[in-house]
Design a protein around this ligand. Structure first.
Ligand code: TRP
Length: 519
């Protein structure tokens, strides 16, 4: 059966941007930036995107397009094409290093997992990586959908004008924001209400996937993207005109030397992969549908620019309000839910704007979560067979859906605290040692985006940079008829970045975090 293709290059870019732009930009970026020193984090983030994110994204698209198959087969095949079997042992070595790092954090369960990983990599090579990507993608989806569920709830709250319920007409922005904070706190500590939103969000995600790539993702992205940007601009205008807003702009854009800590770089790196949807081979899957007549460098450049732009806009929409109403910028995952209601309340027709905004955000989130489920589904479709019969798309989506929902329940019941899941808490502390901070939701987010994503991105860089020869592979980045028309230094730069800069950068950050070196 012929694989479907994207109908146009704009379609591919929009769909990739649809996967990239989501809650990571509008919900996660502001609070992670807030917790990690504002301007300094933003600067590190932009550097990570340019130096590591972009080259890795090109590589993933390239693997997908050259191999034209699902992640697992693509990675395995790629390793066979290159003649450097030793690279898989480098990966094993890195896993041993990771095991040592986990041991230093008393994370005994993870040590065990990493050692199993060593054996698995040695035996199966890079195709083992595909399975890890799939597992992590579904794990990310399981808590991503919880946040998606919050958004569903917030659409309802804004549409019924209850975002600022109980606050008097004359209340100051500060009072409104305080009430909004309480509202959010009460909401996430009621698991049954969170569960409803979560299930609706998972249902929407599965529905998009059932539509197939062309109708589902492409069509929705074309309408959504411009609308979301316009709404963000509207919110920015209002939040910038709140009294005291300027401090927020300064906080977001002005780097300070004292805020520069290794932890900040790791968070920036993790956020970079998370936001660009990298390290999970999603872009491999998308790239496998990309026709040869398109230029990968251009496509990846566009996606990175749009994604970073959306993040900066989100920052500009949130931080002025955070400072104007006196919220704590290090307040964590609830940050936007305290800041946005104050801004909307100060707008003419606030509830309408708020409803539209959360609705757009929901669509952006669904196109992202769909890409996470898609990644799992494509692997299941090509891997689970009965005799010669493949597992159908419906069945594959169903398996992913059920797995995520079951796992997501853990996040739903532990967002606020562990009281509903006490026994699990003990197990987590044994498995994850010092990494097991906060609720299940927090630790899964921390582990997946700051450890798993950089690790799989590192493996991708090794695969393309060493198992394959990037100087030979580089022309594959261009469109068929582009040869000779594109400056070759860009290709050389890419080859250098993917071979040296990305792996060394990621390894240094890991070593530092594990306390093995001091940067
Ligand atoms: N990038 C998306 C966001 O910013 C989330 C996402 C979609 C993702 N697919 C991914 C994150 C793959 C990591 C890996 O909301």
């Amino acid at each position: 059966m012929a694989r479907e293709n994207w109908t146009s290059s704009i379609g591919f870019i929009l769909a990739s941007a649809g996967s990239a732009i989501g809650l990571g930009n509008i919900w996660k970026f502001p609070y992670v930036a807030g917790e990690n020193g504002g301007g300094t984090f933003v600067l590190m983030y932009v550097l990570c995107v340019l130096l590591i994110g972009l080259p890795v994204m090109c590589s993933e698209m390239l693997i997908g397009r050259q191999m034209r198959r699902n992640v697992i087969n693509a990675m395995g095949k790629m390793e066979q094409v290159g003649e450097h079997a030793w690279v898989r042992y480098v990966l094993c070595g890195l896993m041993v290093g990771l095991a040592a790092a986990f041991a230093s954090m008393h994370a005994w369960g993870l040590v065990l997992a990493a050692l199993l990983g060593v054996w698995w990599f040695a035996k199966k090579g890079f195709s083992a990586l595909g399975w890890i990507c799939t597992a992590v993608a579904l794990a990310i989806l399981s808590y991503y959908a919880v946040v998606g569920g919050w958004i569903v709830q917030y659409i309802w709250l804004s549409a019924t004008n209850s975002l600022s319920a109980g606050v008097s007409e004359t209340a100051t922005a500060m009072e409104v924001s305080k009430a909004a904070g309480t509202l959010f706190g009460n909401y996430i500590s009621d698991p049954w209400r969170v569960l409803v939103g979560f299930l609706i969000f998972m249902g929407l995600t599965a529905a998009v996937i059932f539509g197939g790539i062309r109708d589902g993702i492409e069509r929705i992205s074309k309408i959504l993207m411009p609308a979301l940007f316009v709404l963000l601009l509207v919110v920015i205008v209002r939040s910038l005109t709140l009294p005291g807003a300027w401090d927020g702009v300064v906080f977001l854009l002005k780097p300070t030397a004292e805020a520069l800590k290794p932890q900040v770089i790791l968070m920036a790196l993790g956020q970079c992969f998370f936001s660009l949807s990298l390290g999970m081979a999603i872009t491999v899957t998308y790239g496998s549908y990309l026709p040869k007549k398109q230029n990968i460098l251009k496509a990846a450049g566009w996606v990175a620019v749009l994604d970073t732009f959306a993040e900066l806009l989100a920052g500009l929409a949130i931080f002025p309000a955070v400072f104007a109403v006196g919220l704590d910028p290090t307040g964590g995952p609830g940050l936007i839910f305290g800041a946005l209601p104050a801004t909307f309340n100060a707008m003419w027709g606030g509830p309408i704007w708020a409803t539209c905004f959360f609705a757009m955000l929901l669509i952006a989130a669904v196109t992202s979560s769909a890409s996470l489920l898609e990644c799992g589904a494509t692997v299941f479709i090509e891997r689970f067979r009965k005799g010669h019969q493949r597992c159908s798309r419906k069945q594959a989506v169903l398996i992913g859906f059920i797995g995520c929902t079951v796992m997501g329940l853990l996040s739903v019941f532990s967002t606020a605290d562990w009281s509903h899941l006490e026994p699990l808490h003990k197990g987590c502390t044994w498995v994850m040692g010092k990494l097991a901070m906060g609720s299940w939701f927090d630790l899964l987010d921390n582990f997946a985006s700051n450890w798993c994503l950089p690790f799989t991105a590192l493996a991708t860089a090794l695969l393309v940079g060493w198992a394959w020869d990037p100087r030979k592979a580089a022309p594959g980045l261009l469109a068929e008829d582009d040869a000779g028309r594109f400056p070759t230094w860009i290709l050389t730069a890419w080859a250098f970045f993917i071979r040296w800069l990305a792996p060394i950068g990621i390894v240094l950050v890991f070593l530092n975090l594990a306390g093995f070196i001091k940067l």
